[in-house]
Design a protein around this ligand. Sequence first.
Ligand code: ABU
Length: 493
Amino acid sequence: MPQRCEQMPAVPPIAATGRTGAPRPAAGLAGAGGAGEAPRAGEAFTNETLARMSDLARKFLGIERREQVAPHLAPEDLAASLDLSLGEQGLPLDRVFALLGEVMAATPRTCTPAFFNQLYAGRDAVPTAAEMLTALMNTSMYTYRVAGPHALIEHELMRHMATKVGYAEGEGIICPGGSIANLCAMIIARNEARPGIQDEGHDGRPMVAYASEEAHYSLNKAAAMTGIGRRNLRAIPADARGRMVPDALRSAIAADRERGAEPFMIIAMAGTTVLGAFDPIDDLASIAEESGLWLHVDGALGGSFLVSERLQPLLRGSDRSNSFNWNPHKLMGVPLSCSPLLTREQGLLKKHFKEPADYLFQSDPEKFDHGTMSIQCGRRNDALKIWAAWKRHGDAGYARRVERLCDLVQYAADRVRHDPTFVLTAEPESVCLCFEVIGRQSEEICERLLLEQRAMVGHAVVRGRKVIRLACANPEVTEADVDRFFDHIRAIA
Ligand code: ABU
């Protein structure tokens, strides 16, 4: 039972000692509802708000140009440098916007050419604008009644993306992130394998899923949350480039059947998190078909390669999968977050996620009441930004984008190959390059780069060794930026 609130210990405010201290009185400024003091109730979004917002945005772009890596402070120092405390009285508008500006200035920069830390980066004009407009319209995506054209946009987008996977009759729904999309895929696969489980619950007979040892950690969470159990998610060995070994998968399935467990799902990685590797999806599809298992492709990272004729072969066999997760916020420059889950068969999402709610799903054609296909109720509009971006770039523009990212990584790999300071961890397959600096700890190099405000890059463990993972997700990064990154490391090393 959750504890009653009164019994919970008091949580001290994070910024109890904030530099700017307690909320200030609205001395000498405009009257109620104006810029001077906090409004009594709501506050209209006006042209003035827009002007303030655009002023902040302009200043932030300037900061980014001058300082590509933000100063990195310990949480207590950062908390002390900002007024984060919340109080009884509201603040004057000028003060709130000033605080927003301070927070923005202190925010790690993810859109500059010195950011190689994550599998997303950069700022693309149209989807960024669409995202800001999305907030202005404040649409929830559960029903056609409130979503209007946005429901149709999501429908068209899912149709287009499903076609790219090779699902001629597919459908999809946008999830809040790849982890939730993977969870939903596991729920569908589990329910399909065990009809009745939705009503009766799990009967305890072990069900087993398979993913490579390089697969994303969200699958562990999904196994834990779906009642499959983490121990029943098998980590299948990967080869030197990080790709699942199909024979090892075959043996694992046979061994599980032998001991009376029920294999039900294979998860293929299209772009692993650390090495950016692609499992041999076609081979895994054959195994799934032979064994009668659900095949889900986690293409959170590499799904975007489907738009490029050059890179598409890495995903050969995707059309034979049952479900597919694709995150346009990773390599397609769409603001976080957006993660369509696509299914080959129509009607599955509704079959496994629809629940009646007569106060919500009313008279409109159910086809566009996407809440009946989703794990969520209220759902933010992640469709508009992807759709607007796709309108702008087209398939061809996106092909150029992802190819450019791979070319940049190959350029970086050449730097590593031709410099005795470095050692390459694995041949890069896509947008991640893992390497070490001879005689130096990867973690220490990353820390120094950050503290000296030279670059932001992360580290990971590959085959027991801590390596630097350079992620290229921003096509505006140039070869000169990559050179500068390696020059910084050489200087440190
Ligand atoms: N969803 C995995 C993202 C983690 C990363 O950016 O490295």
